[in-house]
Design a protein around this ligand. Sequence first.
Ligand SMILES: [Zn+2]
Length: 257
Amino acid sequence: MKPFREWDFTLGKYGTLCKVIRSSDYSVFTVADYHVDRELFDSGNSVILRHDVDRRPENAVEMSRIEAALGIRATYYFRAKKHTFKPKIITEIADLGHEIGYHYECLSDAHGNMEEAIADFEKKLAWFRELVPVRTICMHGSPLSKWDNRDLWSEYDFGNYGIIGEPYLSIDHGDVVYLSDTGRNWDCNSHNVRDRVRSGIRVEMQSTADLLEALATKQYGKLHILCHPERWAANIPTFVAQLIKDSLTNLVKWTLR
Ligand SMILES: [Zn+2]
């Protein structure tokens, strides 16, 4: 482990990441935009910028403001839980031009009961749609559950709910590099129990500095970047608390694997 690698994950560093994406002339796509204009995505250097709001939605607001100030639109997937489903925050982020989606976990919540899960999905999708339009959804990994939430779509069709995409099922990662901040690094295979994708390109990055370098030199033409807003700290006490929490989570996941 590189010393102090973790000091990476601050909102300041995230701002630098956005600036480099901008200055390197990558076109930034929301998940919905990727599905609507696939030809445009394929035609140049493109980044899908995705956020899963698992905790601390107020951090998502900070992040969305940084992006908006740079003219970047991203996708924010919110869990429909008491601590994350905050109408004021959701509408504020949507008003900045970002896409809002539903970060569903219906199958793990229903302990594998398909009928219960789809009824729950319909109900909660409606909660979101009372606030904002929802065109894409994304499963929550639920690392401690034995149920895989995307399996809901082996039985049902999300298209019947006016949904045009699910990153784990409908993004073609054949030539798209997938990078996630899960586990406080960008190595997508070391810590993720479930939220992995089958990408044609295997990349190992240890720090945001590596990612910035790859973006600045346009090393990869197409990327799908996942950042969890709660991992990017606004101040030092939050940073230390998150570091301890992530380290413990990594330990649990490592044990599970
Ligand atoms: Zn999640």
